[in-house]
Design a protein around this ligand. Structure first.
Ligand code: PNS
Length: 162
């Protein structure tokens, strides 16, 4: 059983995240999309809202026989991965600028849990500049984000801001 976790804030989920899930799904039997419960970061969506949106959007993303699940967690990613008996942590890399931050996290996670490998996947070029923060900022200021986030997420952002 090859089980991975894909941890993140997912506030909100973007097409870049879905692209990473789709790319990683042939590599694992199970992937847990692990939504960090981070109330101190003042997220736009509660952890329940983020989980709910992701659950609705996952079925069309599955690739091969990989089982996709959504869970939330608090505390350390390495602890959550160990508790779920995952052997890998999946993270996407969009550009060189992501590398340093991701490298530090991967090395820290390896120190905390030497048996779990971080697996990096390169995001599709068309999403290489897409981040949740940028999507929220552009959307709040009335810019177009279609094609970069799922329609459901756009609807929920509209509801939030109305
Ligand atoms: O989508 P994000 O916000 O870039 O995801 C970052 C995340 C959630 C993977 C990272 O902040 C994290 O792992 N937080 C949990 C706390 C933790 O384990 N910190 C040490 C990581 S080295």
């Amino acid at each position: 059983m090859r089980r991975a976790i894909f941890p993140g804030s997912f506030d909100p989920l973007t097409n870049g995240h879905l692209d990473i899930i789709m790319r990683s799904s042939p590599l694992f039997d199970e992937i847990i999309i692990a939504v960090l419960n981070n109330p101190d970061k003042n997220p736009m969506f509660s952890v329940e809202e983020r989980r709910d949106m992701i659950s609705k959007l996952l079925p069309s993303t599955a690739n091969g026989n990989c089982r996709l699940m959504v869970e939330s967690f608090s505390g350390l990613t390495a602890d959550f991965a160990r508790e779920r008996r995952a052997t890998a942590i999946v993270r996407g890399i969009r550009a060189v600028s992501d590398y340093e931050y991701e490298l530090r996290m991967a090395l820290m996670n390896r120190r905390l849990e030497p048996n779990i490998e971080t697996v990096f996947l390169m995001a599709a070029e068309e999403y290489s500049y897409v981040s949740s923060d940028l999507m929220k900022q552009v959307f709040r200021l009335g810019g177009r984000v279609e094609g970069l986030i799922p329609e459901l997420v756009e609807e929920k952002m509209r509801e939030k801001l109305s």
